[in-house]
Design a protein around this ligand. Structure first.
Ligand SMILES: Cc1cc2nc3c(=O)[nH]c(=O)nc-3n(C[C@H](O)[C@H](O)[C@H](O)COP(=O)(O)OP(=O)(O)OC[C@H]3O[C@@H](n4cnc5c(N)ncnc54)[C@H](O)[C@@H]3O)c2cc1C
Ligand SMILES: *[C@@H]1O[C@H](CO)[C@@H](O)[C@H](O)[C@H]1NC(C)=O
Ligand SMILES: *[C@@H]1O[C@H](CO)[C@@H](O)[C@H](O)[C@H]1NC(C)=O
Ligand SMILES: *[C@@H]1O[C@H](CO)[C@@H](O)[C@H](O)[C@H]1NC(C)=O
Ligand SMILES: *[C@@H]1O[C@H](CO)[C@@H](O)[C@H](O)[C@H]1NC(C)=O
Ligand SMILES: *[C@@H]1O[C@H](CO)[C@@H](O)[C@H](O)[C@H]1NC(C)=O
Length: 406
């Protein structure tokens, strides 16, 4: 009796020493990029001028790729993305390319689409299959508890957790923490941003190492890789496919989205429709989704009338409550070179978040990293960048439309 208890204790000891992460499930397996999905990705110019699907998903980004892949298990799905395939711009595939992607001049096709708010704040959004997950710093966290409570949605937490695990097993890695990132974590703890939460995927107060979509070889595993989990016979992806408006049908009692109009790289117009109870789903990003609704006549009546768009449905909140994502920072030029890393260490307090990244020297300014597009900054050595952010500024603005989709 006594003996077997000892062996149980020893076994538990063994587990806790050699498997310190037993409460954390496994993550994605580091591997070369998997672009198996390319067999169902088409250039929009090669698609028919009219087709029918169960679901149409607009915007092949961070949300659109996993959503389309999931729907394809039971339904036929068309996913439309206005940008290119990621292999056309290799800088989006590796950690070393982060700043290169942001220095590429925007020529209408490049993966970082630039925009500047009326106040002059420079920003970018993804324009490539995989969306902004192909440009970002790759830090991964689960949502904070308050998010569920404040969302006004009744979540089935078992489903939410299953979805998190699906995401994490596909593209999330435990980072090999760089010396710089671990020093920043020590500094945060010294400055009182505690406790030390070790490696943790949850958004909780304190300092932690978080998950990353970069594997330990520096390869980016963006949302495009969710498409490998689609059912190839139900899934079709069109790139260089710019959706221009939603087609609605209506009678006295109801209004429903029946399809979309999109244009290809040669400017030719195509239509796609949904059958039966199918849906058109917008996942074109914070700017792209409301932009499409406004151009399709769904938005504030007075605004739509003022720009001569026929009103299909008056919805006063479309395009409202747009917030910037302000950031303050210090840049340190250390005497000896730093290894490139980013988004591994996070300090979380009630009022602000701290993150960090290191980068290579550059002679043309990576757009949106430094405050104003007109300020040209050159850095002649590797640098460390320590960034502070607010959870959500209380000031906001609204989106207005140019009459064509760029
Ligand atoms: C530089 C940078 C660093 C960031 N760092 C982090 C980070 O470390 N961690 C983190 O969690 N978040 C980070 N973010 C934020 C995060 O990447 C975004 O919040 C997230 O990717 C948004 O996902 P989405 O699906 O809403 O939109 P997106 O991923 O942007 O996808 C929208 C897609 O829709 C397409 N589209 C738009 N309009 C149309 C149209 N009319 N027709 C067809 N296609 C269209 C776009 O081309 C795009 O591919 C960062 C963002 C940036 C820009
Ligand atoms: C898509 O087709 C257009 C027109 O045929 C062509 O100009 C463009 O280069 C093609 N793009 C890709 C990625 O094949
Ligand atoms: C697919 O259909 C099966 C059978 O109706 C259902 O159990 C499953 O949840 C569906 N899966 C998705 C991803 O819709
Ligand atoms: C982790 O990083 C160190 C230093 O850059 C490197 O020597 C080591 O091989 C890396 N380990 C893994 C598992 O990638
Ligand atoms: C109106 O359209 C909806 C959706 O297409 C349909 O279900 C409904 O039967 C239609 N009602 C009338 C009165 O035609
Ligand atoms: C970078 O430029 C500064 C100012 O011109 C100079 O003092 C410094 O030595 C340079 N550093 C490197 C690594 O070349």
């Amino acid at each position: 009796m006594e003996k077997s208890r000892n062996s149980v204790i020893l076994f538990l000891f063994y587990l806790s020493v050699f498997y310190p992460q037993t409460e954390v499930h496994s993550f994605a397996t580091p591997s070369d990029h998997d672009f198996g999905c390319m067999k169902f990705v088409y250039n929009a110019t090669d698609l028919p001028s009219e087709e029918v699907y169960d679901y149409i998903v607009v915007g092949g980004g961070t949300a659109g790729c996993p959503l389309a892949a999931t729907l394809s298990v039971n339904y036929s799905v068309l996913l439309l993305e206005k940008g290119s395939v990621p292999t056309a711009y290799p800088s989006v595939l590796h950690h070393d390319g982060i700043l290169t992607t942001l220095t590429l001049e925007d020529n209408g096709k490049t993966p970082a689409e630039r925009f500047t708010s009326e106040e002059g704040v420079a920003n970018v959004r993804g324009r490539v299959l995989g969306g902004s997950s192909m440009l970002n710093f790759g830090a991964y966290s689960r949502a904070e508890k308050e998010f569920y409570a404040e969302s006004g949605i009744e979540w089935d937490m078992d489903l939410v957790n299953t979805a998190y695990e699906w995401v994490e097993n596909t593209i999330v890695f435990q980072p090999n923490v760089s010396r710089w990132e671990s020093l920043v974590k020590e500094a945060l703890l010294e400055a009182g941003v505690g406790p030390d939460n070790g490696f943790n995927l949850n958004h909780i107060l304190g300092s932690k190492v978080t998950g990353s979509i970069f594997d330990n070889e520096g390869r980016r595993h963006g949302a495009v890789e969710f498409l490998n989990r689609a059912d190839p016979k139900n899934m079709r992806v069109a790139v260089h496919a710019t959706v221009e408006r939603i087609i609605f049908s209506s009678n006295e009692s109801s209004l429903s989205a029946r399809g979309i109009v999109y244009s290809d790289a040669q400017g030719k117009s195509h239509k796609a429709f949904v059958r039966g109870k199918g849906e058109v789903i917008l996942s074109a990003g914070t700017i792209g989704s409301p932009q499409l609704l406004l151009l399709s006549g769904v938005g504030p009546k007075s605004y739509l009338s003022s720009i001569k768009i026929p009103v299909v449905h008056h919805e006063p909140n479309i395009g409202q409550f747009m917030r910037d994502n302000p950031r303050y920072y210090i840049t340190i030029l250390p005497p000896s070179p730093l290894v490139f890393s980013g988004g591994q260490t996070v300090g979380i307090t009630k009022d602000f978040y701290i993150e960090t990244l290191t980068g290579p020297p550059f002679s043309s300014t990576p757009f949106s990293i430094f405050p104003h597009p007109s300020i040209r900054i050159k850095i002649n050595s590797t640098f460390g960048h320590i960034v502070g952010k607010f959870p959500g500024p209380s000031s906001y603005g609204s989106l207005t439309c140019k009459l064509n989709i760029g």
